[in-house]
Design a protein around this ligand. Structure first.
Ligand SMILES: *Cc1c(COP(=O)(O)O)cnc(C)c1O
Length: 390
């Protein structure tokens, strides 16, 4: 049968029908362990009753009214996000790329406010910020940009985890108004920078009056063991973008701002028809409430450490595995060889994993993963890696 969907994704030959927690079932009722969570989206697992109830209850009352009127759940969600992040205010949208578009617009308004006519945002090599024209222009991956020139101007690339490169760029380019970075590069290969990288960027940005903008779309909502990854560093950025796990599968994005950055998107400067609608906000409110009530984020660090130590011990004699690293439940495992094929082999064994940057196995299991499931995941994955690298 020919598909009438544009072939933008190389899809695996499976269609899922239902899920429960960390498990999925396909149309033949075959069970799969989900170690990817819909790419860091379903952090609370599939079919979580709190999310189900919130969506059902909201849909009985209202789905959408538009941002021409007040939206009570949007106000509540903004209050919660502000309380949990230390930021000042929020713009709601529907995806990660959209949240980053808002961040980029804030940086440009900030530049113009300072009398800079051609503001430039410092971005990182191997970064990923989305697929819209602005966000792919900010993405440090030639494959993603290929075929889409002319790209948007106003982005300059420096290597990730290199504060000297940032300082040098700022010295040479007086148009730089912001530094935009992922706390851990997800698509780029689970690249975890030096533990004080964000502190250094904060200091540099404060000193040079630049906006520090963090893309927490993959690292946010508990994934790394704190609600937001920057909370490991005890700093507050000027801008922080969220999406993925914020709605546990209901599309919602958010751009949080602090200080001057929070004053720039005034009436008429930005908008979104769906952004922060009652349905999406009710889901996100249920996500935040569940994370707190069930103390989920507090357990992430220990779970990540257990996965790392179990993988390390299962794979210690396998020389094809060159590195295993994690921050919370963001886990990367490098093979010395291209390992895209492993995704299909894992699927055939009932295991959903991802490979990014050619040879990095990426695991983003749901935060609700149990000790028993960690044993299942690590032993099965290790066995697969042994077979694959033999
Ligand atoms: C997924 C992702 C995006 C893009 O989000 P979309 O919702 O697909 O637009 C942007 N930045 C990072 C770090 C991401 O992981």
């Amino acid at each position: 049968m020919t598909s009438h969907i544009m072939p933008t994704y190389g899809r695996l030959p499976v269609i899922f029908e239902k899920g429960q927690g960390a498990w999925l079932w396909d149309q033949n009722n075959t069970r799969y362990f989900d170690a990817l969570s819909g790419i860091a989206v379903c952090n609370l697992g599939h079919a979580h009753p709190a999310i189900h109830n919130a969506i059902c209850k909201q849909s009985e009352k209202l789905l959408h009214t538009s941002n021409l009127y007040g939206v009570a759940s949007q106000e509540q969600l903004a209050d919660q996000l502000i309380r949990k992040s230390g930021m000042d205010n929020v713009f709601f949208c529907n995806s990660g790329a959209e949240a980053n578009e808002a961040a980029i617009k804030i940086a440009r308004l900030y530049g113009h406010q300072q009398g800079i006519d051609n503001p430039c945002i410092l971005v990182m090599k191997k970064s990923f910020h989305g697929r819209t024209m602005a966000t792919l222009s900010a993405t440090g991956n030639k494959k993603i940009q290929h075929g889409f020139s002319p790209l948007l101007e106003g982005f300059q690339f420096v290597p990730f985890n290199d504060t000297n490169a940032i300082i040098n760029a700022i010295k040479q380019n007086s148009n730089i108004v912001a530094v935009f970075v992922e706390p851990i590069q997800g698509e780029g290969g689970i690249n975890i920078p030096a533990s004080d990288f964000l502190n250094q960027i904060r200091t540099i940005c404060t000193e040079h009056h630049l906006l520090m903008m963090l893309d927490e779309i993959q690292t946010g909502i508990g994934r790394t063991g704190k609600f937001l990854a920057y909370q490991h560093n005890d700093i507050i950025p000027d801008v922080c973008t969220l999406a993925k796990a914020l709605g546990n599968g209901v599309p919602i994005g958010a751009c949080l701002a602090h200080g001057t950055a929070a004053t720039l998107l005034t009436a008429g400067k930005h908008g979104s028809t769906f952004g922060g609608n009652p349905l999406a906000c009710s889901a996100a409110l249920a996500v935040l409430e569940t994370l707190e009530q069930e103390n989920i984020i507090e357990q992430v660090e220990a779970k990540g450490a257990l996965i790392n130590s179990m993988l390390t011990s299962f794979l210690k004699n396998n020389h094809a595995v060159t590195n295993i690293r994690n921050k919370g439940l963001m886990i990367g495992l490098d093979l010395y060889m291209p390992s895209i094929e492993l995704v299909k082999l894992a699927l055939e064994k009932g295991l959903l994993i991802n490979v990014t940057a050619e040879s990095t196995i990426r695991l983003l299991p749901p935060l609700i993963i149990t000790t028993e499931q960690i044993e299942y995941l690590t032993s099965n994955l290790s066995e697969l890696i042994h077979e694959f690298t033999q």
